[in-house]
Ligand binder design. Structure first.
Ligand code: GUN
Ligand code: ZN
Length: 428
């Protein structure tokens, strides 16, 4: 059983989305302390109030540091950990040259275990407490990841990546085996402790219509599961999709046609969307996942945050490791800021942090459990040092208010800024 504890510092909570308030700060509240009990957030308020609630609890005083919900990375590929930052290719070449050969190795359960542990170590060091990851086609890669997360008490989502064409032999399943293996994994893992299964067709170019249909049926049988995939990442990819599915009205239609469009659907990238696609995604309340370091690294394009937010889309933020170039959600927020600037809409630090916590939790339909500091939420927290390097410290010294200091860390910070991480009420 987790012990009671009180953390003191600048405790950041969101009252609502900063995209919905006149100024971003209006959506936030800064409190003096947060009380943790039995793996959950008991209350937020002044130190005296927290001590009245938990008189026996030790107080950890974090001074000027910022205490916020742990980062939620809504789209990653943990099996790409070892090939992050591979040079010089665009999406399809990058997959064939770097990604598929590496993913081939995950039939080896020992290797899948080693990379699962390494990935969860790296992300925890970066303040990420929940991820939604693609695995590989191998059920072993799902077992390894869930086993590693379960031992850490960590809330994660993953699923067996399904591909039955346009991938090397050794990295292909079939429509039937994808259905059978995914179903067996759902039965083994979904809802166990803090683990959730996501049905995972990689993207429509690597699935036959038969496989998409089988996975659509599986989702209909298991509507409690999320479904994750990729959508409209690169222009060449979209052309390829249209040639593979000549009947489809657009890229999204290749999912919609087979029952793979829904409120619990997660669509990674979603950069080059057509009007009909935007309309249908909005109608279903599906989630779009912005992967800014990946979109610049692989050269995919500039996500339309402002337009998509304005039309009421559900949007999460993600590293897309290893197409993304970092494990850090701070680096990811910085990239989202830069892409916002290139599109003429600078995002406020509160908006960026909201995307990396509550926005992603909403995309994963977990906002009742994680992504904010509020009573009853699971105690996944990060303590951020706002002066973690000499360069950041001198800027923070000059800051006129807390948000100016936070912005410097969002733009310039990395794992050195993460001074403490709490998962499930335990310091890790
Ligand atoms: N599209 C299909 N598979 C992938 C992948 O592994 N990474 C990225 N960035 N895009 C994809
Ligand atoms: Zn991806």
């Amino acid at each position: 059983m987790q012990n009671d504890v009180i953390l003191r510092g600048h405790v950041l909570s969101f009252l609502t989305s900063p995209f919905a308030t006149p100024t971003a700060e209006d959506a936030t509240r800064i409190s003096e302390a947060v009380a943790l009990s039995a793996g959950r957030i008991k209350e937020v308020g002044s130190l005296a109030e927290m001590q009245a609630l938990l008189p026996q609890a030790p107080v950890i005083d974090h001074g000027d540091k910022l205490i916020l919900a742990g980062f939620v990375d809504a789209h990653v590929h943990y099996p790409q950990t070892a090939i992050i930052a591979s040079w010089g290719k665009r999406l399809i070449d990058w997959l064939n040259t770097y990604t598929f050969p590496e993913e081939m190795r995950f039939g080896d359960a020992a290797y899948a275990h080693e990379i699962s542990e390494r990935y969860l170590d790296l992300t925890a060091a970066n303040g990420t407490t929940t991820v939604c990851s693609f695995a590989t086609i191998h059920p072993e890669s799902v077992d390894a990841f869930f086993t590693a997360a379960q031992a850490r008490g960590q809330r994660v989502i993953t699923g067996k990546t399904c591909m039955d064409r346009n991938a090397p032999s050794g990295l292909r399943d079939t429509a039937q085996s994808a259905y059978d293996d995914s179903k067996a994994l759902i039965e083994r893992w979904h809802g166990v402790d803090r683990l959730e299964y996501a049905i995972t067709p990689r993207f429509s170019p690597t699935s036959t219509p038969e496989q998409l249909e089988a996975l659509g049926s599986l989702w209909a049988e298991h509507p409690e599961c999320l479904m994750q995939t990729h959508l409209s990442e690169q222009v060449d990819e979209i052309e390829w999709v249209k040639s593979l599915f000549p009947q489809a009205r657009d890229y999204l239609d290749t999912y919609e046609e087979f029952g793979l469009l829904g409120a619990r659907g997660l669509y990674g990238h979603a950069i080059h969307l057509e009007e009909r696609e935007r309309h249908r995604l909005r109608e279903y309340g599906a989630a779009l996942v912005h992967c800014p370091t990946s979109n610049t690294f692989i050269g995919s394009g500039l996500f339309d945050m402002e337009g998509l937010m304005a039309e009421g889309q559900r949007i999460g933020l993600a590293t897309d490791t290893g197409g993304g170039s970092s494990f850090s959600m701070l680096r990811t927020m910085a990239a989202a800021y830069e892409i916002g600037q290139l599109r003429g809409r600078p995002l406020h630090a509160a908006e960026l942090i909201w995307l990396a916590t509550q926005g992603s939790a909403m995309a994963l339909r977990l906002d009742g459990k994680i992504g904010n500091i509020a009573p009853g939420m699971e105690a996944d927290l990060v303590v951020l040092d706002l002066a973690s390097t000499p360069a950041i410290a001198q800027r923070t010294n000059r800051a006129a208010d807390l948000w100016e200091a936070v912005f410097a860390t969002v733009m310039m910070g990395d794992d050195r800024a993460i001074c403490e991480v709490w998962i499930n009420g335990q310091r890790v």
